[in-house]
Each structure stands twice: as C-alpha cells, then as structure tokens.
Design a protein around this ligand. Structure first.
Ligand code: ADP
Ligand code: MG
Ligand code: MG
Length: 252
C-alpha cells in the first residue's frame, strides 16, 4: 500500500531525510523508533504533505499512485490518517462540526452517502463512549484548552470515525500517563484489521507493550538503519541507540 523509495527531504534548506526506504503492506503494524532529531516527525510531515517540508528526491507510492503529487486533503480522503505529536487547535470551530465535515469528506471520496446530523451524532456519541470522552467535547473548539490526554483521546476518536487505511501516530504516547496510554492503545488496537495498517512512531518502547508491532525500524540520521521484529524494540529500550553503528545526533 505504501512504498517509500530512497526518500530525501529537507526543511528550511536543511537536509533531514537521507535515503529512507520503507514498505508497508495491508494489515501490518510498523513501529519507527529512533533518537530525537532523527527525522521521524519529518517523515510523517512529508507523508502528510505539509508545505514547509521539501522532497528533494525519491518516491512515495500509495496503492501504486504517486502520493507526493497528491494535495494534503486528497491524501486524507484517500485513507491516510496522521495523528501528530502536537495536535493543532482550531479556535471557533466546534469539534462536532470538524469531525462531521472530515467524516463526510472521506465518505464522499469513497462513494458512500454522507451522514446526516442525526446519524453522525449517533456514531460519534457511541465512539466517544468507547474512548471515554464526555459529550461536552463535541461542542468545544477543536483541541482548544484540551489537556494532553484529552487531545490524544480526541485523535483516537477522529481516527476511529475516519476509518483510515493507514494511520500514522507520531509520538501519540508522549506525555501520557499510563491510563491515557492504555486508552490510546485500546483505541488503536480496536482499529486493527487485516486491511488496515499502522505506523507507530515512538521514542520509547512502552507503547509497544500495548500496540504490538509486526516490524520495528530504527530511524537515525534520516534513514532506516535497522529493521527487525518486536524484540528490536526491547533491545533498544535496554541498550539505547548508541550501539547502532551510526553517529547519534545530540539530544534536542
Ligand atoms: P524527530 O521527530 O525524529 O525527533 P524531526 O523530524 O522532528 O526529528 O527533526 C529532524 C531535524 O529537523 C531536527 O534537527 C530538527 O531540529 C529539524 N527540524 C524539524 N523541523 C524543522 C523546522 N520547521 N525548521 C528547521 N528545522 C527543523
Ligand atoms: Mg523530536
Ligand atoms: Mg518527532
């Protein structure tokens, strides 16, 4: 479904990704780990189509299509979902309005009828119950004044409503206490199907105790320097990144 070949990307003239390769097939869960500043968030931003990130060379295919040629909204409609380390706040736009617009945009793209207000509310309320969110969050501005844990729950809610083909979680676990972490993990695990894939970007292996990956990759200095099964995450937890024979950049 996703085929990244020799990807080079830069931000503000600074080269960050230096020849990254990654293949994700339907139903697979890939964890990407790596030291701070390795380029993990840059990868997710490039896949999301953020303007400030420049692709210098390489290719990204999405079901055989050129993903990099697709505008950001088109990527989302085509089933790519990105949850970010720092979720955006949208003052003045209610969460309910935002979610309904997003869900219906995806449904239109898939040739499904749009949900009317009643059907949407029924669905969203049932999903909110599952992720443990109070309904008051429907009527608040998107992420505005949400605590860290509330933003993460909101992301899981967005993700379950949008039913993406591939979801990318960029340090969705950062700053979460163990209960919030379990909610995120449960929400993600409920979404696991034989067709749906996940890329879980995380600095720590803790999340991977709950979301068990099929593959673990180490991103360092802008490329994947090692790949393995879940045991690689445990090894990294124990030994850090220093034993990998790549220069490790200074901590941010
Ligand atoms: P990671 O997510 O692995 O910690 P990032 O992709 O966030 O790494 O960052 C990789 C490098 O790119 C870092 O050196 C970071 O300082 C730099 N970088 C990221 N975003 C920007 C930006 N908007 N402007 C300048 N440098 C950036
Ligand atoms: Mg970072
Ligand atoms: Mg990051």
């Amino acid at each position: 479904m996703l085929d990244i070949k020799d990807l080079h990307a830069s931000v503000e003239g600074k080269t960050i990704l230096r020849g990254l390769d990654l293949v994700v097939r339907p139903g697979e869960v890939h964890a990407i780990m790596g030291p701070n500043g390795a380029g993990k968030s840059t990868l997710s931003q490039v896949l999301a189509g953020r303007d400030s990130f420049r692709v210098d060379s390489g290719s990204v295919q999405w079901y055989g299509q050129d993903l990099l040629a697709m505008p950001a909204e088109e990527r989302a409609r085509a089933g790519l979902f990105l949850a970010f380390q720092y979720p955006i706040e949208i003052p003045g736009v209610s969460n309910a309005y935002f979610l309904k617009a997003a869900v219906n945009a995806v449904r239109r793209h898939r040739g499904l009828p749009e949900l009317d207000a009643m059907d949407f509310l029924k669905r969203v309320k049932s999903e909110m119950k599952t992720v443990g969110m109070s309904q008051e969050f429907l009527y608040r501005s998107v992420n505005e004044g949400f605590s860290g844990g509330e933003k993460k729950r909101n992301e899981v809610l967005q993700m379950s409503l949008l039913e993406p083909k591939l979801a990318i979680l960029d340090e969705t676990d950062s700053g979460l206490d163990i209960d919030a972490l379990k909610i995120v993990a449960d929400g993600v695990n409920r979404l696991r199907t034989p067709e749906r894939s996940l890329i879980v970007i995380t600095h720590y292996q803790r999340l991977l105790d709950y979301i068990v990956p099929d593959y673990v990759h180490v991103l360092a200095q802008g490329r994947i320097v090692r790949s393995g099964g879940r045991e690689l995450a445990l090894e990294l937890e124990e030994r850090g990144y220093g034993w990998l024979d790549v220069p490790v950049p200074a901590q941010e």
